[in-house]
Design a protein around this ligand. Structure first.
Ligand code: MG
Length: 339
């Protein structure tokens, strides 16, 4: 198998702000793996709050020699080889893992969800994410979210902003919504104040209200909260689930955090067996990685795969969202085509 990789900058159609940063672009790497007449594609994304950096992941990818493997059917051996090369570099490994799964489906002549036995005719709803911004911004986003049945609202450290924004939202829509703090609240007192308020507003769930460093507070919060609390930044790998599963009600699994489809499947199985609710999320990514993630979406209780919708220069075409439902296509492999 032959590997090529190159950097690319995804440009956003407008500013996207969460509790830690606001930005108008995201750095990614694309990989292309060729095997016989087939080409598999993969993507690694690098939002600024991630510890992983693009230049180092690109250097790691350029050191890989995948010509030593006969076919993409050796995913397990390829993972062993990558992990022996170096620990970490999970976005780069994710890109390889997506490309390998894309090849598997293309060789088999099947969409990956069917090949993995994860096909479901049950409609899969995805949430529409609304970032942090002023009231005009929120209204513009609400207008954009019209086809979606569920929303995810980003909030942060400012309790007044949080309350005004949710009250504004509730005056404009009756759609169910979850809230993601991206570790934004300062302490457990602020968290419980927000949880009490959000419960009165009918919120579905709360995601990562506090920094991962305030671990013990999560145990206390889970005990106090009438609303399910999902961990996102606190979880990266399967080992984190074993360590932290009693601290949260649910887990947000993202291909970029954990290392792709192989690892997300492993984590979903462990988390479900330990009684956690499952959310499938994404970073700001193009239709390449978002569509790859959609192939395993039937395993999850909550799906948040809208990271590609803000991208103005998406080099791939994949899933379409129709009336808030992920409309799967019948393309072989991960379900995307390079434009
Ligand atoms: Mg999150």
């Amino acid at each position: 198998m032959k590997l090529t990789c190159y950097p690319f900058d995804l440009l956003f159609s407008e500013v996207f702000a969460v509790s830690s940063n606001a930005r108008t672009s995201t750095e990614v790497i694309y990989v292309e793996l060729t095997y016989k007449n087939f080409t598999g594609y993969g993507e690694a994304s690098f939002p600024p709050y991630m510890k992983e950096k693009r230049n180092l992941n690109l250097a790691f990818l350029k050191k890989l020699d995948l010509t030593r493997f006969e076919s993409p059917f050796e995913i397990k051996n390829i993972w062993e080889y990558m992990d022996q090369m170096s620990a970490g570099y999970l976005p780069a490994k994710c890109a390889i893992d997506i490309a390998l799964h894309d090849l598997l489906g293309k060789i088999a002549g099947l969409p990956l969800n069917k090949q993995l036995g994860l096909y479901s005719n049950k409609p899969i709803e995805t949430t529409f994410t609304i970032g942090i911004g002023n009231s005009e911004f929120i209204e513009r986003q609400l207008h954009k979210s019209a086809p979606f049945k569920k929303l995810k609202i980003k909030l942060g450290a400012d309790l007044i902003y949080n309350k005004i924004t949710i009250e504004h939202l509730k005056s404009k829509t009756t759609k169910p919504f979850g809230v993601d703090f991206n570790q934004g609240l300062a302490n457990k007192e602020d968290a419980i104040e927000m949880i009490t308020f959000l419960n009165s507003m009918g919120v579905l769930y709360i995601e990562q209200p506090l920094p991962e460093s305030l671990l013990d507070n999560f145990l206390w919060l889970k005990d106090q909260s009438p609303i399910p609390i999902f961990g996102d930044e606190s979880f990266q790998t399967a080992a984190d689930i074993i360590r932290l599963h009693t601290y949260f009600d649910g887990i947000n699994i993202k291909l970029m955090k954990c290392g792709g489809i192989s690892k997300a499947l492993e984590m979903a199985s462990i988390a479900k067996n330990l009684g956690l609710k499952l959310m499938l999320g994404c970073m700001a990514e193009s239709s390449c990685a978002v569509t790859a993630a959609s192939q395993i979406a039937s395993l999850f209780d909550e799906v948040d795969l809208d990271g590609n919708l803000i991208v103005a220069n998406d080099p791939f075409t994949g899933i379409q969202i129709i009336d808030g439902i992920i409309s799967a296509n019948e393309l072989n492999g991960c379900g995307f085509v390079k434009n």
